[in-house]
Design a protein around this ligand. Structure first.
Ligand code: KIV
Length: 266
């Protein structure tokens, strides 16, 4: 039985130049398998809206959905830091409402920290959460909850004006007390500059090799979707083929009377 890492442990990794390996997870088996590896952090991302619920964006995900999945992930693991996303609508209405939702997520799930998308606009929320004892990760660059504003999931901060705002926002998040910042789909050189400018760790997804850590969405890296072809996703398995072949073989065996055998019967 391991001792669960804390956000402070991961902050120390940065001073030791040790990389943070993070993955998303949403359910029991995947969490249990991840927990048996050296993964440092599990992010219960609101990406669950797309890769678990099959929605076209993360926007419909609710606080109750986040609590349901985060509780499962916490209870199925002993080692990594568990971070839960604050879903769209849970922190925009007021600082008070944001604290109420974050307290629910932390208290009802036992996770270690929450993550909030956005720059300067979320500074008052981060300040209040941190002074209430809730560790918070920021999230800059491609922020999928703003899909209706951006209109696409394309690379962000390609041009100087947006890059400048992102660099300023990263420093503001650190000053507000964030314990780390996720950087999604931005140029690698910009992510390097941000990483060097901060004392807190950066965790990249589609943000190049210079971030202090990397995160991938578990279903993307395991190859559940044979059509998914994002440049930043390395597929470490082809579960689409593995599952499809297994199911096809099962159907063949059932239809031919080859399953169950005598050994598989009572
Ligand atoms: O929701 C999520 O999984 C995320 C990662 C892509 C960083 O926010």
């Amino acid at each position: 039985m391991g001792k669960r890492l804390s956000v402070v442990d991961l902050q120390k990794y940065k001073t030791k130049s040790r990389k943070i390996a993070a993955l998303t997870a949403y359910s029991f088996y995947e969490t249990r398998i991840i927990d048996s590896t050296a993964v440092d952090m599990i992010l219960v991302g609101d990406s669950l809206g797309m890769v678990f619920q099959g929605k076209t964006s993360t926007i419909p995900v609710s606080v109750d959905h986040m609590i349901y999945h985060t509780k499962i992930v916490v209870e199925s693991s002993q080692n990594p830091v568990i971070v839960a996303d604050m879903p769209f609508g849970s922190f925009q209405i007021s600082v008070e409402k944001a604290v109420e939702n974050a307290v629910r997520i932390i208290k009802e799930t036992g996770c270690n920290a929450v993550k909030i998308e956005g720059g300067e606009i979320v500074v008052p929320v981060i300040e209040q959460l941190v002074s209430s004892g809730i560790p918070v990760y920021g999230h800059l660059g491609l922020t999928p909850q703003s899909i209706n504003k951006f209109g696409s999931y394309k690379l962000r901060a390609k041009h100087d004006d947006e890059a400048l705002i992102l660099k300023k926002d990263a420093l503001l998040l650190e000053k507000a007390g964030a314990c780390g910042v996720f950087l999604e789909k931005i140029p690698a050189e910009l992510a390097k500059e941000v990483t060097l400018s901060l004392n807190i760790p950066t965790i990249g997804i589609g943000a190049g090799v210079h971030c202090d850590g990397q995160v991938l969405v578990i279903s993307d890296m395991l190859g559940y979707d044979s059509e998914l072809n994002f440049r930043f996703v390395r597929k470490y398995a082809d579960l689409n083929t593995v599952i499809k072949t297994a199911v096809e073989n099962y159907v063949k065996d059932v239809c031919s009377g080859n399953f169950p055998s005598n050994e598989e019967s009572y």
